[in-house]
Design a protein around this ligand. Structure first.
Ligand SMILES: Nc1ncnc2c1ncn2[C@@H]1O[C@H](COP(=O)(O)OP(=O)(O)OP(=O)(O)O)[C@@H](O)[C@H]1O
Length: 334
């Protein structure tokens, strides 16, 4: 039985004990580049945790450490209750890993790729065929089962990589940019699949630059920069900054009426990106970007615009909550 010292903070101890991920003070350098510089992270079982940070901030390096493919220079790591360095086989048995790029598996069919991984994880041969069929159906590759894996498109390869990561029904799933190359339908499928895995108690850690997508599927978010964690947050709480001043897209059936009214009431606005500021629509529809104080301010805007006869058709935040939080953090760190 694994013993977690009592003095550890509650979320850390819980995540370590119950099949989550715990990273504490991890360092890893490549020559003179300090890719991880004391990073900390907790990913809970039963939740999707988003790993967010600029290019080169250490996300892939961290995921490689968690997958047991890179040895950290310092710090401690627990994945599904095991240390990937000292308990490699046990950690790998509970970990599914989807890298951002794949090899080509030149001589194997799509089905054989999954059979090979099933054998590597020592799944009982009797159940393998059914498991492989189930996974191929999950990632919508059944019709490609007999085709060489090397001829798959980029997005299809991503989906095969996801099936590969799931082959042994791992407790912990590590996904590096899983949505890149996926078409819109496959992105929705990915989101639904990751949510359902979390609901089954799995620990899902996913890195991506598509913040709107992460916002829809994640429970927690860990922002990293220069190899360190800069903030950890509950995604719902990030979205709850309802009082903050932010930019909205506002669109009306008459751009002229909208812009004239906003000017008259002294609002801070500018033409939206699809409007040519030198030739604004004279009597057609069009939109503006408008700075408004909080959700209450947006509600007042709609009320006043309608009362003034402006034919409003759309009011939407110009960026999602996660994107705003990310940009604000980046701004702070400049
Ligand atoms: N094998 C390597 N050899 C040398 N430097 C490396 C190696 N792998 C990563 N690095 C460096 O470590 C830093 C972190 O890289 P990493 O790939 O972890 O970032 P990332 O956050 O995943 O970036 P991206 O969002 O662009 O995928 C970068 O400065 C990168 O150049």
């Amino acid at each position: 039985m694994e013993i977690v010292p009592e003095e550890q903070p509650a979320p850390v101890a819980t995540a370590a004990r119950s099949g989550g991920i715990v990273v504490q003070g991890v360092h890893r350098a490549f020559g003179s580049v300090q890719a991880l510089d004391g990073i900390d992270l907790v990913a809970r079982p039963g939740a999707v945790t988003a790993l967010v940070g600029p290019n080169g901030s250490g996300k892939t390096t961290l995921l490689l450490v968690l997958a047991g493919l890179l040895v950290p220079d310092a710090g401690t790591v627990t994945v599904g209750g095991h240390d990937p360095v000292t308990e490699g086989p046990a950690a790998r048995a509970v970990t599914g890993w989807m890298p951002d790029t794949f090899g080509t598996w030149d001589s194997l069919t799509v089905r054989e790729v999954l059979q090979t991984f099933a054998a590597a994880y020592r799944l009982p041969a009797a159940g393998t065929a059914a498991r492989v069929d189930e996974l191929l159906a999950t990632v919508h590759l059944s019709e490609y089962a007999g085709r060489p894996a090397s001829v798959l498109s980029r997005g299809q390869k991503q989906r095969l990589g996801l099936a590969r990561a799931l082959v042994h029904d791992p407790q912990v799933l590590l996904l590096d940019e899983p949505a890149s190359g996926l078409d819109p339908r496959s992105r929705v499928d990915l989101r639904i699949l990751l949510r359902s895995l979390a609901e089954r108690g799995k620990t899902v850690l996913v890195s991506s630059h598509i913040l709107s997508e992460l916002e829809e599927m994640s429970d927690d978010v860990v922002f990293v920069s220069r190899g360190r964690t800069v903030q950890t947050a509950d995604v719902a709480a990030v979205g709850a900054g309802a009082d903050a001043r932010r930019t909205w897209h506002v669109r009306a059936l008459s751009y002229a009426a909208l812009s004239a009214w906003l000017t008259q009431v002294g609002a801070t606005w500018r033409p939206d990106e699809d409007v040519d500021p030198h030739r604004p629509p004279a009597d057609g529809p069009g939109g503006v970007l408008l700075d408004v104080d909080g959700d209450a301010g947006a509600a007042r805007l709609v009320r006043d615009a309608v009362a003034a006869g402006v034919p409003l058709v759309q009011l939407a935040p110009a960026a999602g909550a996660l994107e705003r939080a990310y940009l604000a953090l980046e701004e702070e760190r400049r």
